[in-house]
Design a protein around this ligand. Structure first.
Ligand code: NDP
Ligand code: 8X3
Length: 253
């Protein structure tokens, strides 16, 4: 499947998976709309990758901004063929009884509300044209619980189920939906989670070869470039050095 003539919109393209995915699709010949809040990074990316890359700065968690941004797209970019809903974040690693409710709200606004708004606004055009692909970035945290994962993991469980329910709704229309669910990967993710504490963020990847943003971009590209009769529902990938933990048993002394 060739990507030239295809318009791809990637949310959260200023760093990490989104940046690698935007670069990858641009290299493959697609027109790419790159989004995020940090406009300077988007402009620099567009300058670097050339005229097929269009920067569009907005906060995905604020519906009015999403609506305004999408309405501002020039006609040739408004027909989005591939939507990569990647923008997202984890904040904090406290137990649920000590977490910040503001941080919980922010994760829900970005990871769930933002993804839902993007999808709802772009999906009708895809269905009308009989072609399109929504790729949602979930996480292994949506399947496997871990201490402090509380709302972050729950938002990713939402992303997983929303993707499957999307499939149930658009089946047979030519529109596809995929959830890509990575494990630990070194990006700005931990820096954001720990509010800029670089030492704490670095420690997360100590002694581990984590996934890279390019590994995730590969998975997205692979799902999108399957023949049109194939829908890849879910891709779960982890670093070889990451796996699942046993149940915790707190024994009475
Ligand atoms: P990064 O922090 O490196 O990148 C996150 C991207 O999301 C940035 O481009 C950021 O742009 C954007 N973003 C965050 N909040 C908003 C917002 N409110 N509006 C618009 N854009 C926003 O993290 P990753 O690349 O690691 O994360 C990408 C996705 O992958 C997330 O959904 C994350 O949950 C998920 N994930 C990450 C894993 C990991 O271990 N790294 C593993 C599994 C899933 P800006 O700040 O400019 O707005
Ligand atoms: C990010 C992966 O395991 O740090 O979604 O939660 S993890």
């Amino acid at each position: 499947m060739t990507l030239s003539g295809t318009t791809v919109l990637v949310t959260g393209a200023t760093a990490g998976f989104g940046l690698a995915t935007a670069e990858r699709f641009a290299r493959e010949g697609a027109r790419v709309v790159v989004t995020g809040r940090r406009e300077d990074r988007l402009r620099a990316l567009a300058m670097r990758l050339g005229p097929r890359v269009h920067p569009l700065a907005f906060d995905v968690g604020v519906r009015a901004q999403v609506e305004r941004a999408l309405a501002s797209l020039p006609a040739e970019l408004a027909r989005v063929d591939v939507l990569v809903n990647n923008a997202g974040l984890a904040l904090g690693l406290e137990g649920a009884h000590r977490s910040s409710l503001d941080e919980w709200d922010k994760m829900i606004d970005t990871n769930c509300r933002g993804l839902v708004a993007m999808t709802r606004l772009l999906l009708p055009g895809m269905v009308e044209r009989g072609r399109g692909h929504v790729v949602n970035i979930g996480s292994v945290a949506g399947t496997y619980p871990y201490p402090g994962g509380n709302v972050y993991g729950a938002t990713k469980a939402f992303v997983h189920q929303f993707t499957l329910n999307l499939r149930a709704d658009v089946v047979g229309t030519g529109v596809r939906a995929t959830c890509v669910e990575p494990g630990m990967a070194e990006t700005e993710f931990s820096l954001v989670r720990f509010q800029g504490d670089a030492a704490r963020a670095k420690a997360v990847y100590q002694g581990v070869t984590p996934l890279t943003p390019e590994d995730v971009a590969d998975a997205v590209l692979w799902a999108v470039t399957r023949p049109p009769h194939v829908n890849v529902n879910v891709i779960e990938l982890m670093a070889e050095q990451q796996a699942f933990s046993p149940f915790q048993i707190k024994r009475r002394s």
